[in-house]
Design a protein around this ligand. Structure first.
Ligand SMILES: Nc1ncnc2c1ncn2[C@@H]1O[C@H](COP(=O)(O)OP(=O)(O)OP(=O)(O)O)[C@@H](O)[C@H]1O
Length: 723
């Protein structure tokens, strides 16, 4: 997301020798390990013991297993239970299995929510392995654009966003007997909405037994109560437990004592302003001095990961021949799921794996083989930059982590054996960190959540949340939904709004997709919306390849700007797919497609993901009786039709050229510049529509196309009532 151009793509210039000297001088001060527990080796390797026997033995050794019966008893007897246990104590993998074995999910499924998809999918694999079932049968997962569950599924790992979507079709979550809200301390907007909604659902589903103050009437409820009462379990390692408990009327709090393996923690003696350089030195210090074990490095974002990756690879080549190899594995949200899964593969013999991750590896995941964690102390945080800029937008800003995050990161080192965590900041700096992050509900755009709640007949602004939402954010979300025609002037949901919510897209993109029917270009807009919904960028753009990329991309360039340029890439890729035999359900050879993408400097990942998204959106269109095959086909008319559809959704993202050559938002006060990566960067056109704003040293518009003022004027903003 952040693309400020201030990233440093060139590898660090020191030699390994000077690097090691620097490392020695740096002196990482060993600190008292937080807690060391005596736990036996959890991998029995005696003769005849199979992998499965080892796994079952390991389960028994988890700290949580000692409290199994007491935990089940409490969950059985209370509507809501708050469970706090150290990282690695076994909460996420074991509680769902205990619930299943206890019969508590006899009449419904168990949902386990996760803030991130990589955690949801990897946990589902692990629990499927532990239950000796195939992924997607007894244990499954459901994340945006990917569902791996079946009628047999009893334990389902879901992102909090997916559970919110499920609410649209099942407002009281009747198909679930237990909802486990994991990593609740992260306080994502969706977790907060889910918690607020669960409180309402409990009132309805469990009303005959309880006043929804966390407590019910024990076992008798099962005999006399509804056939499928709901239990809610809220879990975290670093939870402000009292707050959650009081939100649910003083719900019972359970503490699980102990962690499985000790982790030694080290802080630097002095602050490290260049955390990428400090991470590089620490990686090689560990690699040269410490016993085998993989390294997990936490960095704020993709740019830092790519920079460190290059530097590590450069220095690794200069290591003495008898040293172990280093294999780097990046991990960030915009990597496609298949690439993300590679981090879970064992490292080849004689190789040390170095995983370079953002905070998506911070909670819930266990990466086998990791013994060392390097924590830069930084993360990127989504924040609504609205006030004073007019129009407002979500952006990612680099900032210091919280104490909760630091503990979670440390916890990743002690999952399978004792480990070490190297914090690239001082102990004083750690002590000064805030305990936990400001809840997203007070700092992120509320538009999408508000629309979904409207579909459930609920007003976000009237609901009871753990913390009330930011009022500017509420006003902005209402304005956006009104402008999109999702709400009428009485703030009531329109049929159009309901249809928009049906698609797992940001509301502006859903609106553009629906508008494309009017302009006869659904097929084209579907392709563009799918590219925009992919988690990677379409054009590969690094400083050292910029000129070559520009040359290669020039053949796709459309005079109107970036959206039709994207469409040209999609069309060219489709031709390659067909020429390689990828039509009629057959798959084209991946290597040939990758090779083509590399030569064009476009992202194979982005295209693969976008095509998957497009296939799913086509299915959803069919269910909504929208003919996705409708295409404007005619080259002369297509530009107008497509851009007019996009403006219907992105009307708030439009700007006019000013006499002084700058652009000013039509519906905000911001002066914006066109991003250097846009094909319209050097051009001056009377009006533009853009996908997003990014805030670096100034406000840049990204994904930009030239439009006429008429496209904006024709957007129907006042006649939505009942439309
Ligand atoms: N994919 C995996 N591969 C190997 N071991 C695993 C895997 N997933 C979990 N484990 C083992 O199970 C232990 C418990 O994991 P679990 O995720 O249940 O802990 P947790 O208490 O939920 O921790 P956290 O709050 O950090 O997610 C891990 O420490 C690890 O030993």
């Amino acid at each position: 997301m952040d693309d400020s151009g201030d990233e440093n793509d060139s590898p660090r210039k020191d030699s390994v020798q000077s690097l090691t000297a620097k490392l020695d001088a740096q002196t990482l001060t060993p600190l008292r390990p937080k807690k060391k527990l005596k736990v036996a080796n959890v991998h029995p390797t005696g003769p005849g013991s199979s992998k499965q026997a080892a796994i079952q033995e390991q389960r028994k050794q988890l700290p949580i297993s000692r409290g199994r019966n007491a935990i089940i008893k409490e969950i059985r007897e209370n509507d809501v239970t708050v469970l706090v246990g150290e990282t690695g104590s076994g909460k996420t993998t074991q509680i769902p299995q205990y619930l299943l074995d206890s019969g508590l999910a006899r009449n419904g499924m168990i949902a386990v929510t996760q803030p991130r998809r990589v955690a949801a999918t990897s946990l589902a694999s692990r629990v499927a392995l532990e239950t000796q079932s195939n992924l997607g049968s007894l244990v499954g997962y459901s994340v945006r654009f990917s569902d791996c569950s079946s009628e047999k599924t009893k334990i389902k790992f879901v992102t909090d966003g997916m559970l919110m979507r499920e609410l649209l079709g099942d407002p009281e979550l009747e198909r679930y007997s237990v909802v486990v809200v994991d990593e609740a301390h992260e306080r994502t907007l969706r977790t907060d909405v889910v918690l607020a909604r669960l409180k309402e659902i409990l009132k309805k589903r469990n009303s005959s037994q309880t006043d929804v103050k966390g407590k019910g009437k024990g076992k008798e409820r099962e005999a006399s109560g509804p056939t499928n009462p709901l239990r809610v379990v809220i879990m975290s390692a670093t939870l402000d437990a009292e707050k959650f408990s009081s939100f649910f009327g003083n719900a019972k709090i359970l503490y699980v004592q102990g962690r499985q393996h000790p982790v030694a923690i080290y802080h630097t003696a002095a602050p490290q302003p260049d955390y990428v350089d400090a991470a590089l030195r620490t990686v090689f210090q560990i690699h040269t001095d410490q016993p085998p074990g993989d390294i997990l490095v936490f960095l704020p974002g993709q740019e830092d990961i790519e920079s460190l990756d290059k530097s590590i690879q450069l220095y690794a080549k200069r290591l003495p021949p008898d040293t172990h190899n280093i294999l780097t594995c990046p991990l960030y949200a915009s990597l496609p799921p298949a690439h993300q899964q590679q981090i879970f593969l064992p490292s080849p013999k004689g190789t040390r794996k170095v995983i370079l991750a953002t905070n998506i590896a911070e909670t819930s995941v266990t990466i086998p083989g990791v013994r060392y964690v390097i924590d830069s102390g930084k993360c990127k945080e989504k924040r609504w930059v609205g006030r004073g800029i007019g129009g407002g937008f979500d952006t990612l800003l680099t900032r210091d982590i919280t104490k909760s995050s630091a503990w979670q990161r440390t916890g990743r080192a002690g999952r399978e054996a004792a480990g070490s965590c190297f914090r690239l900041y001082t102990e004083e700096a750690f002590n000064a960190l805030p305990l936990s992050a400001e809840p997203e509900i007070q700092r992120c755009s509320l538009t999408s959540s508000m629309l979904q709640l409207k579909c459930l007949d609920q007003n976000l602004e009237d609901m009871e949340f753990m913390e009330s939402p930011d009022m500017d954010g509420v006003a902005q979300a209402l304005t956006t939904l009104y402008l999109l025609g999702a709400l009428d002037d009485k703030k009531k949901l329109t049929p159009l709004g309901r249809q928009m919510a049906y698609f797992p897209l940001e509301p502006p993109l859903a609106r553009a997709l629906l508008a494309s029917q009017e302009f006869g270009c659904t097929s084209e807009v579907l392709s563009i919306v799918s590219i925009l919904s992919s988690s990677s960028k379409l054009f590969v753009d690094t400083s050292d390849t910029r000129d070559a990329a520009r040359d290669a991309n020039s053949k796709f360039r459309h005079i109107s700007g970036d959206h039709l340029t994207m469409l040209n890439v999609v069309r060219a890729y489709e031709e390659v797919l067909q020429s390689e035999g990828g039509a009629d359900g057959k798959k084209a050879p991946k290597a040939a497609l990758k090779d083509w993408c590399m030569r064009q400097y476009v992202s194979h990942r982005c295209l693969t993901e976008a095509f998957e998204i497009r296939a799913q959106l086509r299915d959803l269109c069919e269910k909504q009786k929208i003919d996705w095959k409708v295409s404007c086909g005619d080259k002369r008319g297509e530009e107008q039709a497509i851009l007019r559809s996009l403006v219907r959704g992105l009307v708030q993202n439009t700007a006019f050229l000013q006499p002084d050559g700058r652009y000013k938002q039509v519906m905000g006060r911001s002066i914006i510049k066109i991003h250097p990566g846009s094909s319209l960067c050097d051009k001056k056109v009377p009006a533009v529509v853009y996908d997003e704003l990014v805030y670096t040293t100034q406000v840049y518009a990204r994904g930009v196309s030239a439009i006429t003022r008429n496209y904006i004027a024709e957007v129907p903003v006042t006649n939505h009532r009942g439309s």
